[in-house]
Design a protein around this ligand. Structure first.
Ligand code: KG4
Ligand code: ZN
Length: 348
């Protein structure tokens, strides 16, 4: 069975094709991505209307090139999966509209996929795929959650951010340092040359006893340092970047270890854009090795938004019998959509 996946929830257009054989892990046959980062950079953030228009321009040529890459024809597609939410409404509508039009034209079923479930299941596309059950640390630009995952669709949220997401904390701090959008990878690069102990920044909710996060205060603390430094900022940028990264990573690390302890699970899966952060990976690897915990990540190029994770989530939901993709083409999108509201969610 061939599943085409379309991602268009924010500023990347992604298309991918996976092959499903029985209960074996679906195999990626090809994927294509167009990032709009350069287009939005001039505005310091995503401009929703421009995002939607660019998805319209990119999605069909990308689908064509993915099929060529995989050596398959349109008529061989069995199911079309697309991101139904959460995300920008106009951007989501492009992917949903194209997916449903394709499905209707081919007479094949379509399946609306939850973007975060895509991130969560993306490590199953890596060389070192995990096995259920596990604790998941989902760290993207819009979400920060710790989850107990028993299987596809069986997600219990253990803790989440009460304000900014980890990616947002990276991006907003980077902006304060004058770095381009999206600032996470820029801040991480700058941090390589800095001293992580140079500035004392807060570790919000580190000792709260629960598994929730809060990053809004950190951004304020960075702003205070930027103001205090004034003209000296340029010379101390590396140190402030390194100190900011250290604060975010320490909270993510400690809370992840607490989640493993609380659940008694011996496997951790990291997903979402911040999962590409090298310092986070190094520290999680070391802490997990000490505890005999296996840790899994998506491939580096599949940490941020992509079509492969959407095709994969559609494929795995069908395999687990949670969805019988139906030939119904009346679509809607869900700009706000809690992950534990999915069918079979919160079933633990
Ligand atoms: O998962 P994602 O592509 O988007 C959402 O679904 O929100 O994640 C994007 C986020 C951005 O905030 C970006 O700055 C951050 O991931 N990010 C990083 C790194 N690479 C991407 N943050 C820190 N270090 C990185 N290397
Ligand atoms: Zn995402």
């Amino acid at each position: 069975m061939l599943v085409l996946g379309i991602e268009s929830s924010c500023d990347e257009t992604g298309v991918a094709l996976v092959d499903v054989q029985g209960q074996a892990l679906p195999r990626l046959l090809g994927h294509g991505l167009h990032s709009q980062i350069a287009m939005h950079q001039a505005y310091g953030g995503v401009v929703p209307e421009l995002a939607s228009r660019d998805h319209i321009r990119r999605v069909l040529p990308l689908a064509q090139s993915v099929l060529e890459q995989a050596g398959r024809g349109l008529d061989e597609i069995d199911v079309v999966g697309y991101t139904r939410g959460p995300g920008l409404a106009g951007a989501l509508l492009v992917g949903a509209g194209v997916a449903c039009a394709l499905g209707a034209a081919l007479g094949k079923p379509v399946l609306g996929v939850h973007h975060l479930e895509g991130h969560l299941l993306s490590p199953f596309l890596s060389q070192d795929a995990p096995e259920f059950p596990f604790v998941a640390l989902l760290v993207s630009g819009g979400h920060t959650q710790l989850m107990e995952v028993e299987g596809v669709g069986r997600y219990a949220i253990l803790g989440e951010t009460i304000d900014d997401a980890a990616g947002e904390a990276f991006d907003k701090s980077a902006k304060l340092l004058g770095l381009p959008y999206p600032g996470g990878p820029w801040l991480a690069r700058l941090a390589l040359q800095g001293d992580a102990q140079a500035f004392k920044l807060p570790r919000p909710l580190l000792h709260s006893g629960d598994l929730d996060f809060s990053f809004a205060g950190l951004k304020t603390a960075v702003l205070t340092q930027v103001r205090r430094l004034g003209d000296d900022l340029e010379a101390r940028k590396h140190d402030l970047a390194a100190s900011t990264q250290a604060a975010i990573v320490e909270v993510l690390l400690k809370k992840s270890m607490a989640a493993l302890e609380r659940t008694g699970l011996k496997r951790l899966v990291v997903a979402g854009g911040v999962g590409a952060n090298r310092s986070l990976r190094e520290q999680l690897d070391a802490a997990c090795a000490r505890r005999g915990v296996r840790v899994h990540y998506p491939e580096l190029d599949l940490c941020t938004d992509n079509g492969a994770m959407i095709a994969m989530a559609a494929a795995m939901r069908i395999q687990s019998g949670l969805e019988a993709a139906a030939p119904r083409y009346a679509f809607d999108v869900k700009p706000r959509w809690p992950l534990d509201a999915l069918p079979a969610g919160a079933a633990i």
